[in-house]
Design a protein around this ligand. Structure first.
Ligand code: FAD
Length: 541
């Protein structure tokens, strides 16, 4: 896939270079567009300005959660202070409607007399349309060269294709093609190395007539249309997910170098002093292959909010795993047999789903990848009550309820519970997967269109390389495997705290009634039959 580029070649050198930061590249380090913009500014001996345009309409269209908006603003503040140390201003502004953004950005370029604009590519349809419009306007004016650069994935969409030059739609061959492209030692882009010239004369920077005042523009406190988090929620979410590149690096470091502790399963400070720090074996990544599906301990990296917002790059994650190897020339480990390899494969899933959105955009527009499943008959009568019960964590299936309550409490869920809760909504309750996809985006802090859509279409058996429609998770069996001791359920479902033994996974009606816990909304085996029947004959009851 070629990069979007305006046709203005070698424009005259203006008075500044602009880097347009987006919601998925909230970092200074290893940021390709920022590095390129910075190098250009140095070459032309002119200042670099960073621009961020908050777009409430886009956030509403993408069902962004208030947690994600809050996380974005917190990260922007952290970036603003990192950039200020380099004498680079970050100018954040808010604009509606979204259709006004291209001409507004061009007007800022004119105001700052910038003839070069750099940005990392966003692959969603509306965002691509917006960038095409920017290029068209820039071309019309004939003075601004725009460069849109691949940055989100380890390997950019379009770089690995099948023999027929098409995008891969099955993960295993995608992975086999992806691995040889990894060159983890190369390409660490560090704009700190090329701060623009005013850094040499800091006193002049703040008084600069063109951009001096931009340093004084604070990152807004809120975005129109999004509620502030209430005090409790704010404290909980900010404790679980501290903002900034340093926090992201610490999360990565914790995953690669410390042991999993069961007491860290809930809403606690993930970066609190860890007595296992010096341990060289039994690290989270070391045990990932066998422990990653366990929800009753903190076994995974919890990096998804940072990766989704680009606070850390996926390339950096791959490089850091390479550092674990004593033989630095050794090829990247992406085998199924080691913890590191399994983790690298998860990063590959992220690339895979992003490639799918870029190459098959219909999936992000509410269409199933398997078109013939577009007509499946979803429940309509019971669906509103059932959907609400699912959202509230009151389905009567403990593992599903624990997961849904974890999502509400932390803005995050373990992958195994995401799969179980998603499949339960779609196959047991027969509720349209798009309702669940929307709710996850509205609730999770790591909401990412490509991964969320991929996960939902996998669970609904409508996507690329999905779960076969007849292989329906039994949530009670999933529960026993993922949470054998029941600790996870007890943590998030307090009504069941006194239940011991296996009954925690499927309380009897009498026990449920006594504890004030709901009985199951549907019988799993009857629901399973209904789902198989409807998937076999889309459009029919
Ligand atoms: P780890 O196990 O430590 O994995 C490392 C990283 O690999 C993750 O941070 C993530 O970036 C990536 N990754 C892992 N598993 C997947 C996967 N199955 N698909 C794509 N990338 C993956 N992930 C999101 O980042 N945002 C979402 O909105 C999202 N929605 C999902 C919805 C459903 C229905 C399902 C089944 C999965 C969804 N996932 C989503 C994927 C996965 O559940 C999370 O990435 C993972 O739970 C995050 O925890 P972690 O960072 O500890 O992951």
């Amino acid at each position: 896939m070629s990069l979007l580029k305006s046709c203005v070649k070698n424009p005259a050198v203006g008075d500044s270079v602009v880097y347009w930061m987006r919601m998925e590249d909230l970092r200074v380090h290893d940021n390709r567009a920022l590095a390129r913009a910075s190098a250009q500014a140095k070459k032309d001996n002119i200042p670099l300005i960073t621009l961020f345009v908050l777009s409430p309409q886009d956030y509403i269209a993408h069902d962004r959660s208030s947690r994600r908006i809050d996380f974005t603003l917190r990260n922007l503040r952290s970036i603003q202070s990192s950039l200020a140390k380099l004498h680079i201003p970050l100018y954040t502004t808010s604009l509606s409607p979204r259709t006004a953004i291209p001409s507004y950005v061009l007007s800022l370029l004119r105001e700052w007399n910038a003839t070069r604009l750099f940005a990392n590519t966003e692959y969603e349809v509306d965002e691509l349309r917006r960038d095409i419009k920017v290029c068209e306007l820039a071309q019309k004016e004939g003075v601004v060269a725009c460069s849109f650069i691949h940055d989100k994935c380890v390997i950019p969409p379009g770089d690995i294709l099948t023999k027929a030059e098409k995008g891969y739609t099955v993960y295993s061959p995608f992975l086999r093609s992806w691995i040889p492209h990894l060159t983890p030692g190369d390409g660490k882009e560090d704009p700190l190395a090329c701060a623009p010239p005013p850094a040499e004369n800091p006193a002049s920077v703040r008084e600069h007539p063109l951009y001096g005042k931009l340093f004084d523009t604070p990152v807004p406190d809120k975005v129109e249309g999004f509620a502030f988090l209430d005090k409790d929620e704010e404290e909980r979410i900010r404790t679980c997910w501290p903002a900034g590149e340093e926090a992201a690096q610490q999360m990565l470091d914790r995953f690669l170098h410390t042991m999993a502790r069961s007491s860290q399963m809930g809403a606690v400070d993930p970066l609190a002093e860890d007595p296992t720090r010096n341990s060289t074996k039994d690290t989270r990544v070391g045990k990932y292959k066998d422990a990653r599906d366990r929800v009753d301990a903190d076994t995974t990296s919890r990096l998804s909010p940072y990766l989704a917002a680009g606070v850390i790059s996926a390339r950096e994650c791959i490089r850091a795993t390479m550092e674990l190897s004593t033989n630095k020339k050794q090829k990247i480990d992406a085998s199924r047999d080691t913890g590191v390899g399994r983790w690298v494969q998860e990063i590959a899933w992220r690339d895979f789903y992003t490639h799918i959105v870029a190459l098959f955009p219909r999936v992000s527009m509410g269409r199933p990848f398997i078109e013939k499943l577009a007509d499946i008959k979803w429940e309509s009568e019971s669906s509103e009550d059932h959907l609400q019960a699912w959202k509230d964590g009151r389905t009567g299936v403990p593992i599903v309820d624990a997961g849904m309550r974890q999502a509400r409490a932390m803005g995050w869920m373990h992958n195994r519970v995401r799969m179980t809760a998603a499949m339960y909504l779609v196959k047991d309750l027969m509720i349209d997967w798009r309702q669940g996809e929307k709710y996850f985006m509205e609730t999770l802090i790591d909401g990412d269109l490509a991964s969320n859509n991929g996960g939902w279409q996998w669970s609904a058996s409508t996507g690329v390389d999905p779960a076969p429609y007849f292989r329906i998770f039994n949530p009670y069996i999933q529960s026993k495997k993922a949470d054998p001791s029941g600790e996870y359920i007890r943590y998030f479902v307090p009504e069941l705290r006194e239940v011991l033994g296996d009954e925690i996974h499927q309380p009897s009606p009498a026990l449920a009634d006594r504890l004030g816990y709901p009985r199951p909304l549907v019988d799993h085996f009857e629901a399973r039959e209904r789902a198989i029947r409807r998937y076999k004959n889309p459009g029919q009851e």
